[in-house]
Design a protein around this ligand. Structure first.
Ligand code: AMP
Ligand code: MG
Length: 426
């Protein structure tokens, strides 16, 4: 039986890097073909290739006149108008230009053969079948050359990409009405604690309702996975063991509560009985210090079979998240999310905080990296942030008044008003 190393408390950065390193080796369990719009928010499982040149013809980007730039050496210039080209014109109807001629053209239309630039209509005046041009252009101006955005056969999107609206637009533009995405991983959520009762039950005077399973399930959904909420585990090893065994059927197991130093905090002990390997048992952060991360060996690994790689049994990773609701949410976002994204097939990305100006001075004890509930406000270029009053990491009501977390590095005892401070958006 492996046990947690007694001093496996890591700095925030080391803990995050360790999780990223383990996540790097995880793979999704399979792929599925979905309709284009059902792919929005999913992870792309195939390369998306340009089926034609982009643009497929030399595209005018302005309304005006297509002409030869060389015909404008003297201004104003008078050119003969040889026709009109609108967007979507049939290829056979395209006029061609001889020197000294111009063609009226609309945005999105193909520049006719013989033309090399478009002059905006604002710099012209029309006189019957002639046009006077009052501004010169250089060759290529206001025309996007065939294939200059992408060549036919070029890869436009790589597997592992989150399909946001821009990626959906690209898939649509190459004619993909169906698209291959990775299957969503299953994430088991197990709340523990004798005092915790389900949302449907009437809590006794010393009981509290289970909110963590629901906040976690919502976060799991938002991270692109499928949550499986298990029944609440009492602080009793036999039932806890059964429920952990159920949870290990999933691709990832999230346990909340029972990882502090209390007499009835049994999660680590029971995970140890499953031959759990503990990668860390604490992080120098607040909220979230008693965070546990590890893995448990299981049977054959379907995932790697699917990829045709090794058949070595793959472990199932677990997190023991602290039970305090804010700790649970923050540690999920910072540590469980990258593991879920890897299981979902998403390419890894570094954690980066945004910055806002601090509205009023804050003072904290040094030693731990803090993630404090805060309000981001201001407008446009002026992002401001301010702490909300809170009673510590169990204060769920403070969350209703906050919309982000203000990050204070461990060495910093105070931050003056007006300083740019890092913010973790929620
Ligand atoms: P623990 O990590 O088990 O020591 O729990 C820390 C605090 O979080 C205690 O006040 C618990 O009552 C509370 N807590 C634990 N689990 C939950 C849960 N599922 N929902 C809401 N609060 C919880
Ligand atoms: Mg507990």
């Amino acid at each position: 039986m492996s046990q947690a190393a007694p001093s496996a408390v890591l700095s925030f950065e080391d803990a995050r890097h360790l999780v990223e390193e383990h996540a790097r080796h995880l793979r999704p369990s399979g792929k599925e073909l979905v309709e284009l719009l059902d792919g929005a928010g999913r992870i792309l499982a195939e390369p998306i290739i340009a089926d034609r040149n982009f643009p497929p013809f030399p595209r005018a980007t302005r309304d005006g006149y297509a002409l030869r730039a060389a015909d404008l050496s003297e201004l104003p210039a008078r050119l003969h108008v040889a026709g009109e080209v609108k967007a979507g014109i049939a290829y056979g109807d395209l006029p061609s230009l001889t020197p000294g001629q111009a063609v009226a053209i609309m945005t999105g239309a193909p520049a006719p053969a013989g033309s090399d630039a478009v002059v905006m209509i604002e710099y012209t005046s029309r006189h019957g079948d002639e046009v006077e041009i009052n501004r010169s252009v250089v060759a290529g101006e206001n025309i996007v050359a065939t294939g200059s955005e992408a060549r036919r056969g070029e890869r436009l999107l790589a597997p592992g990409l989150l399909l946001d609206h821009a990626a959906v637009a690209i898939a649509a533009s190459v004619g993909r009405n169906h698209i291959l995405v990775y299957r969503k991983p299953k994430v088991a959520v197990l709340a523990t604690g004798d005092e915790v009762v389900d949302v449907d039950a009437l809590p006794g005077p010393t009981q509290i309702r289970n909110s963590n399973s629901y906040s976690l399930a919502a976060q799991v959904l938002a991270a692109g996975a499928e949550p499986i909420i298990l029944p609440i585990a009492p602080d009793e090893p036999r039932r806890l063991r059964e429920l952990i065994a159920d949870g290990l059927e999933a691709d990832l197991l999230l346990i909340t509560g029972g990882v502090s130093m209390g007499k009835y905090d049994l999660v680590e002990q029971v995970l140890g009985e499953f031959n759990g390997e503990f990668l860390f048992t604490g992080v120098q952060m607040q909220p979230g210090k008693p965070l546990v991360f590890g893995r448990i060996p299981t049977g054959a690994n379907e995932h790697e079979h699917a990829e045709g790689a090794s058949s070595a049994p793959a472990p199932v990773y677990f997190f023991g998240l602290p039970g305090n609701p804010i700790s649970t949410m923050v540690t999920f976002e910072l540590f469980a999310r990258p593991v879920i994204e890897a299981l979902a097939g998403r390419s890894s990305r570094k954690l980066a905080f945004l910055h806002a100006r601090l509205k009023s001075e804050i003072k904290v004890k040094t030693g731990l990296r803090r993630f404090l509930p805060a309000v981001l406000s201001g407008e446009f270029e002026r992002a401001e942030v301010e702490l909300v009053g809170w009673q510590g990491s169990g204060d769920i009501a403070s969350l209703a008044r906050s919309n982000c977390y203000l990050v204070v590095p461990p060495e910093q005892a105070s931050v003056p008003a007006g300083e740019w401070v890092p913010v973790l958006m929620r």
